[in-house]
Design a protein around this ligand. Structure first.
Ligand SMILES: [Ca+2]
Length: 228
């Protein structure tokens, strides 16, 4: 019997008595796999278009009530050499507080500025607001979980999108976690997707177009078309 077994020494808590002991869940580790249908408008747009391959939904919350900072943790087995995680946030009447995002493999941190202590946001993150939603996400001092800053997002009516990509080894397991608080009730939604960055590493709708001034009038029309 050579199987290595991880044995926990914790005394097996005998389920006893008739007291209806409910789990008190203030800061829980929630590995919640819910099968909720994410609206296609949230899933399919110019922001999510940069993810390719098999896309895994780690978390989808929709129209949930306010809750204090809660720890979310997941394991993800990489399917490509470059992986992207994207978070989509919408909070019409209030705000999401997000902090301490972490992606590790064997203890090595792969996610940069997960604590949002460094500015500007776009130094490490790709930020996308496809519908120009108001009260969209920023680095803020409003509700840090640790340090002085957090991501603070009250994107109205539509989600805005925050993402970062990192190198991965196919078949290796990555530990993903973050802290999230909801400052109010719905309409709200919070989505976390993970998938593959296209192999050529380019993002189709972020093509740099060189404008030659002598052809400015003509070429500017082309620029307008290419950015649709
Ligand atoms: Ca922080």
């Amino acid at each position: 019997m050579g199987a290595s077994s991880t044995s926990s020494n914790s005394s097996s808590t005998a389920v006893s008595s008739a007291t209806s002991a409910t789990t008190v869940g203030t800061t829980t580790t929630g590995v919640t796999t819910t099968t909720v249908n994410v609206p296609s408008s949230v899933l399919n747009n110019t922001c999510t278009a940069i993810i390719s391959g098999t896309i895994t939904t780690l978390l989808y919350l929709s129209n949930v009530a306010a809750f204090s900072y809660t720890y979310y943790q997941y394991s993800y087995v990489a399917i490509s050499t470059s992986t992207i995680m994207m978070l989509a946030l919408r909070q019409d009447p209030n705000y999401w507080c997000l902090d301490d995002i972490s992606v590790t493999e064997n203890g090595v941190q792969l996610w940069q500025n997960g604590g949002f202590e460094q500015s500007p946001l776009t130094q490490y993150y790709t930020y996308c607001n496809p519908n120009g939603a108001s009260s969209s996400g920023i680095i803020s001092t409003a509700c840090p979980h640790s340090g002085s800053y957090n991501f603070y997002d009250g994107s109205v009516t539509y989600s805005d999108y925050l993402s970062q990509s990192f190198s991965t080894v196919v078949g290796s397991t990555y530990n993903i976690s973050f802290w999230l608080a909801n400052q109010g009730g719905g309409p709200d939604s919070f989505l976390v997707l993970i998938g593959t960055v296209p192999s050529n590493g380019t993002i189709n709708h972020c093509i740099n177009v060189i404008i030659e001034l002598s052809f400015a009038t003509f070429i500017l029309n082309i620029v307008g078309d290419s950015r649709q």
